[in-house]
Write a protein that binds this ligand. Sequence first.
Ligand SMILES: Cc1cc2nc3c(=O)[nH]c(=O)nc-3n(C[C@H](O)[C@H](O)[C@H](O)COP(=O)(O)O)c2cc1C
Length: 176
Amino acid sequence: MELDKAIKERKSVREYLTKRIPEEKLMEVLDAARYAPKAGNLQNFYFIVVKSKKRKEDISECCKNQSWMKNAPIHIVVCNKVKDIKRLYSEQGELFSIQNAAAAMENILLKATELGLGTCWVGALDFVKIQRILKLPDDVRVEAIITLGYPKKIPRTSRKYDLDKIVYFEEWDKKK
Ligand SMILES: Cc1cc2nc3c(=O)[nH]c(=O)nc-3n(C[C@H](O)[C@H](O)[C@H](O)COP(=O)(O)O)c2cc1C
């Protein structure tokens, strides 16, 4: 699939088929994350693949009860080990670690789209509760969750600002 097509076809999918995702496809999707840019090439992100019904139910509850999440065949929990980056970049490290994880996540979303899979980035969550469910060490933080599965239906394209509303030249608010 052309990159442009994947970028434009990616949409947040919240309804999934029960169809199983082949392991190779899951690994291809996760592998895409490794190719994202990283501050100082420090790889602070880790992924926990959750397939078990009970865990997915617990996680959905911790995501402000977003019950649609339970029906996604897979939850990819994106974890962030901030410490190493903070050591190198002190205060900016916190921001860099989040940006690293976000870049990796976008790669995942696009690769999944290319493979005909649907995803949704879920950021509304109770970090502490999920940390407990997944037995994360204290220095590992949950950044977000990606739900993954074959879409039941293709959602409508969300509203986008026109480019001329968000692009300035040379300085703030300066149009061409
Ligand atoms: C940081 C972030 C947090 C998000 N959190 C949630 C969420 O908790 N639940 C949800 O259903 N969608 C969530 N989304 C998905 C957005 O709602 C969605 O990307 C946006 O409405 C645009 O729609 P589209 O992805 O179909 O283009 C989140 C997206 C981002 C980038």
